[in-house]
Design a protein around this ligand. Structure first.
Ligand SMILES: [Zn+2]
Length: 289
């Protein structure tokens, strides 16, 4: 469990890109920015890890030295609700991400479970559970102990993964914990999160279904989001007016309930908005101390 609320970017910040440094230098860079989490993006990966084991291990050492909590965002090319061939390929892609996550000492592999296609939500859920159970068996057979699967709440209505579905997956499948993407929940249910109590209801539901421990140590994604009737459309920065959900609502609950989430910024200005989120939570923590 994260020892405190932690903050960091989903992938490489712009300034880091300009430095042209190897990925292993990321933990020191983030530490210098006052951040303490990083979600490595394996979003374009196929059936094999597209990173050298040696580099992943350097990242692990540096993350430990600079106190950065690592996670991996798994391949976008996963669909556990598709046809059998797609599901088999998806399993291999997720296993590749889990293998590299193990090398780098990452705690969770976040992933998008799939698309309903022509399937009913119930059928999609059933085959997704079955596929994830098979992946977990393989993870265990590989002797990987420290990496969890983190199915994410999804922002488009065509995507499998409303809050209820994600919580059901986590309840049914071993070695799984939810990734709560607040922007996606907000966009999917078109402006669901307007007040602190709207956030509180989501936390209550998670606690009821998966227990207090899981609710207190959530892996989260956050960005202000624009949406249409189909759900998520575009991410925005914290400074752009008019896009929810309001991070202050979540921050006030983190302080009030003493939560220890890992909050990954998916804003267009990744690390800059991570720092903003951190500062808002610190402010809220001061109010309750
Ligand atoms: Zn995602």
């Amino acid at each position: 469990m994260a020892d405190r609320p932690r903050f960091g970017p989903a992938g490489t910040p712009l300034v880091f890109k300009k430095l042209k440094s190897p990925i292993e230098d990321m933990p020191r860079f983030l530490h210098d920015e006052g951040l303490d989490a990083f979600e490595y993006q394996a979003t374009r990966w196929g059936p094999k890890p597209q990173m050298k084991k040696e580099n992943a291990e350097k990242l692990r050492v540096n993350a430990k030295t600079h106190d950065v909590w690592l996670t991996v965002h798994g391949s976008y090319f996963i669909n556990f609700c598709g046809v059998e061939e797609t599901i088999e390929k998806s399993k291999n892609r997720l296993i590749a991400c889990v293998t590299a996550a193990d090398w780098m000492g990452a705690h969770t592999v976040v992933f998008h479970p799939g698309f309903y296609g022509k399937k009913s939500p119930k059928k999609a859920l059933d085959i997704c559970i079955e596929a994830m159970k098979a992946v977990v068996e393989r993870i265990k057979a590989l002797g990987i102990m420290g990496v969890k699967l983190g199915p994410e709440t999804m922002g488009k209505l065509s995507q499998f993964g409303n809050l209820d579905e994600i919580l059901t997956l986590c309840d049914e499948v071993d070695l799984t914990e939810p990734t709560i993407d607040w922007a996606h929940i907000h966009a999917r249910e078109r402006s669901k999160l307007k007040t602190t109590d709207d956030f509180r209801k989501v936390l209550d539901e998670i606690e009821k279904r998966l227990g207090t421990d899981t609710m207190r140590k959530l892996h989260c994604h956050y960005t202000p989001v624009e949406f249409t009737e189909k759900g998520e459309k575009r991410h925005h920065t914290m400074d752009e007016v008019g896009y929810g959900p309001d991070f202050k609502c979540l921050a006030s609950l983190i302080a009030e309930l003493g939560l220890r989430p890992v909050v990954i910024s998916e804003s267009p200005i990744l690390d800059v908005d991570s720092q903003k989120m951190r500062d808002i939570v610190l402010e809220e923590l001061q109010k309750v101390s």
